[in-house]
Write a protein of this length. Structure first.
Length: 541
């Protein structure tokens, strides 16, 4: 590829991919921190003595079978097997099978699928967390480890940026190098070279810091951490980005308003359903940092199912946890069917939306603050059309409308024009001669509206309204990771950045605190070529 082409074709291509993206961490080096690891301050014995002195298996419960809950069960089980092997103890002597509760009938949490016409013999469509990328190390390596097939995600049919009144920028969906060249030239003419270059420079600096989270030497030197504030500070992605709005960050990087409104805001609207004057700078910047998007055949939830299967967890679906009671230094988990006592509990769901009695809160060392979530409407429909109806956008018949329409609210805010009624429209799979279309919006899209979008009545419609992810407003303080000793709150990381990948990182951080106390295990222990419990030794594979 000619060198002159790189900044504006590859970057623009990545930006369009970012409109559907999640977190991307490219392989960039980072030096380990200079601080010393936190000591296992609560155990009176040396780690090896603690393991040898443990006479019965630890019992652990996980509430929630999504990304963080399944990852917690898996990481903890891996750590137990390593500790048992080092101490010469039989498998299962240090940790009983982890018990995982979920109120739903499926594993995956917000990573779940639907089937067009409710026909489970056709390809699944992702309802929530749709993709991950090549450098999302935990997800990519897990898919490889469990032999899950992935497929590439692309934007056939073109992309358009719509402000509720007109299309500001479009691509025609031409594949191959010619399509990239054409897109690059068109983007260069509209946006120039400086904004893409400056954004790329800022994003690269951010990603270099993210990469540390997979570096075993860096993690070993850092050690387990007691808070999200310290986690964010050690990776140098703290209040300098989370206390500032995305629009202020972008302008601080000297990006043009045209680039900000037409490239960055559509990305934040589809990734987090938030405009740039709402979302914090970290959320805005990571929305742009994506490449090599893939998904697992059959649904990304299969990674989390594989975590639980590999851990040989005791998974209890269709089970509502009604209460968690403190009993000395243990916890009694009460469901409709069981009443069991555990040494530790990993709570892998939003606390405020849980039906659990608030009796436990009076024992908290630090309260879990309220967290606002995005109330997202996800609409699926099937249609025989390959793109939206031109008349819906004010064009005559025969006009070519892109198959992927992303939106910006910038014009509406600046000029008082009507805002787009949706965040995005994306034509996805073809099934039995029909296209499956996915629409994100902050309000309902009724049947009449769908008929106007497609120019015909859809043959099948599915709607889901849910609390999809936190509203990533500027933030400086987070929920406690362990509000009472032994209860680990995995959703505490979500207001920092909310993705499938970062939820596996939240689980890893929580498990690190536990296995350091129990068995003296640290992060990034790759001695002798063996893989560490935290999955970092082969993270670059």
């Amino acid at each position: 590829m000619p060198s002159w082409l790189t900044p504006r074709t590859v970057l623009i291509g990545s930006v369009f991919l970012a409109l559907f993206g999640v977190l991307y961490f490219p392989a960039l080096s980072a030096a380990p921190p200079t601080r010393t690891p936190t000591p296992p301050h609560l155990d009176p014995y040396a780690p090896h003595q603690v393991v040898l002195g443990q006479t019965s298996p630890k019992r652990v419960a996980v509430v929630g079978a999504g990304a963080s809950g399944s990852a917690a069960a898996w990481f903890l089980t891996r750590a137990a097997r390593i500790a048992e092997a080092r101490a010469g103890k039989p498998v299962g002597s240090l940790l009983a099978p982890v018990v995982v509760y979920d109120k739903e009938a499926y594993v995956g949490g917000r990573s779940t699928v639907v089937f067009a016409h409710n026909d489970t013999t056709v390809d699944a469509s992702e309802l929530g967390a749709a993709i991950f990328v090549g450098a999302n190390r935990n997800l990519v390596n897990a898919a490889k480890l469990f032999n899950l097939t992935t497929y590439d995600v692309d934007f056939d049919g073109g992309v358009g940026i719509w402000d509720g009144r007109e299309f500001l920028f479009t691509t025609d969906g031409t594949k191959g190098w010619w399509g990239k060249i054409w897109t690059g030239v068109a983007a260069f003419r509209r946006y120039g070279a400086l904004s893409p270059f400056r954004q790329g420079r800022a994003t690269t600096a951010l990603l270099r810091k993210f990469k540390r989270l997979y570096d075993p030497a860096w993690l070993a030197a850092r050690g387990a951490l007691p808070s999200i504030e310290e986690f964010a500070a050690t990776v140098e992605l703290s209040t300098e980005l989370t206390s500032e709005k995305g629009v202020d960050w972008a302008r601080g990087e000297k990006l043009s308003d045209r680039w900000i409104s037409e490239m960055i805001e559509p990305s934040t609207r589809v990734n987090y359903a938030s405009d740039l004057d709402v979302i914090h700078a970290l959320g805005a910047s990571v929305s742009l940092a994506t490449d090599d998007a893939v998904a697992v055949e059959g649904g990304n939830w299969r990674i989390f199912e594989a975590f639980l299967n590999d851990a040989k967890a005791d998974v209890r679906l269709n089970t509502v946890v009604n209460d968690i009671e403190l009993e000395g230094d243990q916890f009694r988990v009460v469901s409709d069917d069981t009443d069991d006592v555990y040494d530790q509990v990993f709570f892998a769901a939003p606390w405020a939306s849980s039906p659990i009695s608030r009796k436990l809160e009076k024992h908290f060392d630090e309260a879990i603050p309220p967290q606002e979530y995005v109330h997202l409407h996800t609409t699926f429909a099937t249609t025989k059309t390959d793109h939206p109806d031109p008349a819906y956008f004010g064009f005559t018949d025969g006009a070519k409308i892109p198959s992927h329409v992303f939106t910006t609210g910038w014009t509406a805010r600046e000029e008082g024009t009507p805002a787009p009624p949706f965040q995005s429209i994306s034509y996805q799979r073809t099934i039995n001669g029909e296209r499956v279309v996915k629409i994100f919006s902050l309000g309902p899209i009724d049947d009449d509206h769908l008929e106007r979008i497609f120019g015909e009545k859809p043959s099948w419609v599915f709607r889901k309204v849910w609390e999809s992810y936190p509203l990533l407003r500027p933030i400086a303080a987070y929920a406690p990771v362990e509000p009472i000793r032994g209860l680990h709150y995995l959703a505490s990381l979500e207001p920092w950045v909310s993705t499938m990948e970062t939820q596996t990182l939240s689980a890893r951080e929580a498990v690190a605190r536990v296995v350091e106390r129990w068995w003296g295990l640290g992060l990034g222990e790759c001695d002798g070529g063996a893989d560490a419990w935290d999955f970092t030794c082969n993270a670059g594979a």
